[in-house]
Unconditional design. Structure first.
Length: 303
């Protein structure tokens, strides 16, 4: 929502006339009030066993920028940066991150060891559908890959439902892994240039295809990050990005707070109100991190 839209809403619905300058000042006061819990949330993400990363286009004034997100089980953080490079991904994760990283195949993530990385199978399925649409030998390969992927996801859904153990799943996946890799290898010389290139690119990250099979707790898709970043896409479409670095700090702060609190089933307005009141009293804002008791309740809800 743009500042002018917010201004109209406050005046029309609540009878609160407010200048655009006052709104900007209130945004920065909110960023200041939430600075410590947001910094704590970013540090928390860097210590987690699995992280899901994604980025989408943004505008900061007349400059091109990107909105980045890192999603973990209990905390999600956002930053706006004028780069889509690996340096941003590395800064977001921190120098000591050694968890499993789930992403698409964008080159900004290539610095991370492939054996600790999972490439998104949702993106791979789109590539497979594109192979099918090209016809000929490419279609044959695509249909064979799609059949293997359907078997894989049918078993994976059972793992998530608790009706198939991860150990059994890993064992059942061995023939599928071999079949998929054989098909990709054959695709490198199928005679359709786009399909050949796709197969070569996927095989460069061969190990990262199967991290979710080797390690429990890792998802095969990056859907968590894509869902988390979607409100940012809607924000960008509604306000055309931000006009300044200060506006970008407000966006990344509020998106971090809202996404994290929703993950933990905490009330957003109540939290922000308490944090801003604490800032007025020159006291610390409440933490965004889940308490041990809250984490246990979410993992094992009462009957």
């Amino acid at each position: 929502m743009s500042k002018r839209t917010t201004q109209s809403v406050l005046e029309d619905l609540f009878g609160l006339p407010m200048s655009l300058g006052t709104l900007a000042n209130l945004e920065q006061a909110t960023v200041h009030a939430l600075a410590e819990p947001v910094a704590e949330a970013r540090a928390y993400v860097q210590r987690q066993p699995t992280a899901y990363l994604d980025e989408t286009g943004w505008r900061e004034g007349r400059q091109r920028a990107w909105l980045w997100t890192a999603v973990t089980a209990w905390v999600t953080v956002f930053v706006v940066r004028r780069s889509r490079s690996s340096q941003v991904a590395q800064a977001l994760l921190g120098e000591r991150f050694w968890g499993y990283l789930v992403t698409d195949r964008w080159s900004a993530y290539s610095w991370y060891p492939s054996w600790r990385r999972q490439v998104c199978w949702a993106h791979l399925l789109r590539d497979i559908e594109a192979m099918c649409e090209r016809g000929g030998r490419s279609r044959e390969l695509g249909e064979a890959l799609r059949a293997q992927a359907r078997h894989m996801f049918s078993w994976w859904h059972r793992v998530r439902a608790g009706t198939l153990s991860h150990a059994s799943f890993a064992s059942d996946m061995r023939p599928i892994r071999r079949a998929v890799e054989r098909l990709l290898e054959a695709g490198q010389t199928c005679g359709v240039p786009k399909t050949e290139g796709t197969c070569r690119d996927i095989l460069k990250r061969r190990q990262a295809l199967w991290t979710f099979v080797r390690h429990a707790g890792v998802e095969p898709t990056n859907n968590a990050a894509e869902r988390a970043i979607r409100p940012g896409v809607l924000w960008r479409k509604g306000s055309f990005g931000t006009q300044s670095p200060e506006g970008s700090r407000f966006v990344e702060t509020m998106m971090t707070v809202v996404a994290t609190l929703k993950q933990q089933h905490r009330h957003v307005l109540t939290y922000v109100t308490v944090a801003c009141e604490a800032a007025l009293r020159e006291e610390a804002a409440p933490s965004l991190l889940p308490t041990p008791a809250a984490t246990e309740e979410l993992l094992c809800p009462a009957a």
